[in-house]
Design a protein around this ligand. Structure first.
Ligand SMILES: *Cc1c(COP(=O)(O)O)cnc(C)c1O
Length: 217
């Protein structure tokens, strides 16, 4: 597959579901991808990327930004509190705020810097023990807590359990966002971004369908 084809499929999914194509943003997930594949998508004009690791992103994006101008980069991987400072300096959004200690650190940084990246709160919709994210039953309290820290979360993010129909998870996340007055929905990956768009995704995170399979060798 390719970047133009994924863009086209996003537009078509929007039209199929009565949504304006401008309401869904494509995050091209470039983690672990060879530089030439990332550069090719930059050359095609795309300017929004997702990364999972602070160190990898810090090694990659300053040079690409120098070469291509402004590029939005979103953190979509788990964030250790001790890397929060580097993260807010590098990323335009953090999709993985999943605990009060991290939110507190981000709030302190926001106060010191006078600005904050966009923040998404990650929800463990499948209640999987090994997965990050607040449990659905704890989400409303977490949103309130984060707001008391003077942070304004943009929306919610989820990664549905592998091998399950993702649709109920997307629907559940949309319901949680709506009842908390949050407009952003970061959901949908290579295998299910069209279903996510059907359920209201505002940010889809697509990696391998754009860049090809990741090799961790
Ligand atoms: C790697 C990753 C993606 C992209 O996955 P693909 O299946 O390659 O599209 C999306 N979201 C998160 C959180 C990821 O870690």
């Amino acid at each position: 597959m390719s970047y133009p084809e994924i863009s086209r499929r996003i537009t078509e999914a929007c039209l199929r579901h009565g949504r304006s194509p401008g309401t869904v943003r494509l995050i091209a997930v470039s983690k672990v991808q060879p530089e030439d594949r990332v550069r090719a998508v930059l050359r095609e004009g795309h300017r929004l990327f997702g990364e999972n690791y602070v160190q990898e992103a810090a090694a990659k994006w300053p040079a690409f930004r120098a070469e291509f101008g402004a590029v939005e980069v979103h953190m979509i991987g788990p964030l250790q509190t001790n890397k929060a400072k580097a993260a807010v300096e590098l990323f335009d959004a953090i999709h993985t705020v999943d605990r009060p200690s991290l939110a507190e650190k981000l709030a302190r940084l926001a106060q010191a810097r006078g600005t904050s990246p966009q923040l998404f709160l990650q929800v463990n919709t499948g209640e999987e023990p090994q997965k990050a994210g607040v449990l659905p039953g704890d989400l409303d309290a977490f949103v309130a807590e984060v707001r008391r820290m003077d942070l304004s979360p943009q929306g919610l993010m989820c990664i549905p359990p592998e091998g399950e129909d993702p649709a109920p998870h997307f629907a559940a996340l949309a319901g949680m966002a709506a009842r908390n007055g949050l407009s952003g929905l970061s959901m949908g990956m290579s295998s299910d971004f069209e279903a996510a768009i059907a359920h209201g995704a505002t940010h889809v995170r697509v990696g391998s369908a754009i860049f090809g399979a990741r090799s961790y060798a």
